[in-house]
Design a binder for this molecule. Structure first.
Ligand SMILES: *Cc1c(COP(=O)(O)O)cnc(C)c1O
Length: 371
C-alpha cells in the first residue's frame, strides 16, 4: 500500500540525529525556554529571512498570538475585520474569531486555489485592519497587488505559513517574511514537522515579538510580573531540538517533494483529472499535491482499491461548519467547488519515484463506472 504520508519513515530518515538531539535535551535538565529554543529561533528566523522568531505551542496559537498582540498594541480592536481566504484550514479562521475579530471570507481563484486579488479591494471597508494570507498546499499566495492593497489601505499583512516552510516568492524572499508577521505550524505532518505540537511567529517588529513572547508565557515579560492575561503556550526544548535537526534538511526534503510532483505533472494524463496552475519550482514546496476531479469520491474509492491512500483537503469549507452556523447559508461557489473536487495525492520526502509512478499509473487507468 502507498500511504498518504509515512511519518515513521520521515522520522527514520534522520533518526540517528534526532535521537542524539533528544538525548541531549533529556540529559541537559532543561526542558523549557532554554538553549534549544534559542538556537532554533535564531536559525529559523535566519532561514525565513525575518529579524525575530518566537516559538510557541502550535500553529493555531501562533496566529492567535499575532492578532492578540496587535490588539494589545492598540493596532486593532475586537470587531475589526480581517480578510481571509474562504478555502483554508479552519485554524486560520479560528485565530480571528478567538480574538473577537470578524473574518471576511474571500473567494479564491479556481486555477491557483489562492486569494483572487482582483476581488479584494471590494471587500475592504473602514473596519478592515488586515489580510490573513494563507500559503495553502505549499504554494506562495503573495502577489504584488496584495502588497499594494495592504500599503494603500494601511492593513497588516499576516501570513499563515503552516503549509509552506521553505517556499519562495518570485523575488527570492521566503514565505513567512513577505508581510508584517507570519504564523508557522510544526505539526508532525507539516513540511517542517516536530514530534508533537509546536509553532512559531516570525516578524521584523520588536514590539510585536516581545508582546507575543509575553502572551505565550502567561502574559509575563519579567518573572511573576503580569502585563497581559496570557496563556501557557511554549515550545518544548525537545521539539526545538528535533526541529533544529530537520531544519538543516528542509531544503533537501522540499527538493524530494518537487521530484515527486514532477513525476505527477509529467505522467498524469487522465482527462478526468486536472491540476491547479503550475508554479515555478521554488514557489512550491508541495506540502499537498492537489488534483481536481468532478467525480472525486469515485476516484478516491478507485485509488483505494489500487492500494493508494489519498486525503481531501478539506471536505467541508469553514463557512459550512457547525461552529460557524452564522455563515452556513453563504454562497461561495469557487470555494465550494474546490471542496467538492479536491483530492490530495500521496507526497512526502520519503516517497520513492517508483511509488509516484505507481500512483500515476493508477490515476491514468481510472474510468467512470457509469460509462
Ligand atoms: C496546520 C495548520 C494550522 C494550524 O497549525 P497547528 O500547529 O496544527 O495548530 C493553521 N493553518 C493552516 C493552513 C494549517 O495547515
Amino acid at each position: 500500500m502507498i500511504k498518504f504520508l509515512d511519518l515513521q519513515r520521515i522520522t527514520q530518515k534522520y533518526g540517528e540525529e534526532i535521537h542524539e538531539a533528544i538525548t541531549r535535551v533529556v540529559d541537559s535538565g532543561y526542558y523549557l525556554q532554554g538553549a534549544e529554543n534559542k538556537r532554533f529561533e535564531t536559525d529559523y528566523a535566519a532561514y525565513i529571512g525575518s529579524r525575530y522568531c518566537v516559538g510557541c505551542g502550535n500553529g493555531l496559537d501562533a496566529l492567535i498570538w499575532i492578532y492578540r498582540a496587535y490588539i494589545e498594541m492598540g493596532v486593532m480592536q475586537p470587531g475589526d475585520e480581517v480578510i481571509v481566504p474562504a478555502n483554508t484550514f479552519i485554524a486560520s479562521i479560528l485565530a480571528l474569531t478567538e480574538n473577537g475579530l470578524v473574518p471576511v471570507l474571500a473567494e479564491p481563484r479556481y486555477d491557483t486555489l489562492e486569494l483572487d486579488d482582483s476581488k479584494l479591494e471590494a471587500l475592504i471597508t473602514p473596519k478592515t485592519r488586515s489580510i490573513l494570507l494563507v500559503h495553502l498546499y505549499g504554494r506562495c499566495a503573495y502577489t504584488e497587488e496584495i502588497g499594494r492593497l495592504c500599503q494603500e489601505h494601511n492593513l497588516k499583512l499576516v501570513e499563515d505559513n503552516a503549509q509552506s516552510h521553505g517556499c519562495r516568492y518570485t523575488d527570492g524572499r521566503r514565505t513567512g517574511s513577505l508581510g508584517d508577521a507570519a504564523g508557522h505550524s510544526f505539526y508532525p505532518g507539516k513540511n517542517l514537522g516536530a514530534l508533537g505540537d509546536a509553532g512559531a511567529v516570525t516578524c521584523n517588529d520588536k514590539e510585536l515579538a516581545d508582546t507575543i513572547r509575553a502572551l505565550a508565557n502567561y502574559g509575563s515579560q519579567q518573572k511573576y510580573i503580569f502585563k497581559y492575561t496570557g496563556r501557557n503556550s511554549r515550545m518544548d526544548e525537545t521539539q526545538a531540538a528535533v526541529l533544529e535537526v530537520k531544519l538543516h534538511h528542509l531544503d533537501e526534503d522540499n527538493d524530494a517533494r518537487r521530484a515527486i510532483a514532477r513525476i505527477y505533472y509529467e505522467g498524469i494524463s487522465n482527462p478526468l483529472v486536472t491540476f491547479p496552475d503550475y508554479l515555478k519550482d521554488e514557489q512550491n514546496v508541495y506540502h499537498i499535491f492537489p488534483v481536481f476531479c468532478e467525480h472525486r469520491d469515485e476516484l478516491q474509492e478507485y485509488l483505494k482499491e489500487q492500494g493508494i491512500q489519498t486525503l481531501i483537503h478539506y471536505p467541508i469549507p469553514p463557512h459550512k461548519q457547525e461552529c460557524y452556523s452564522q455563515w452556513n447559508s453563504l454562497s461561495l461557489p469557487v470555494t465550494e467547488k474546490i471542496h467538492r473536487q479536491e483530492l490530495s495525492l500521496p507526497i512526502s520526502p520519503v516517497m520513492t519515484p517508483d511509488e509516484a509512478r505507481e500512483v500515476v499509473k493508477a490515476l491514468n487507468t481510472f474510468k467512470l463506472k457509469s460509462n
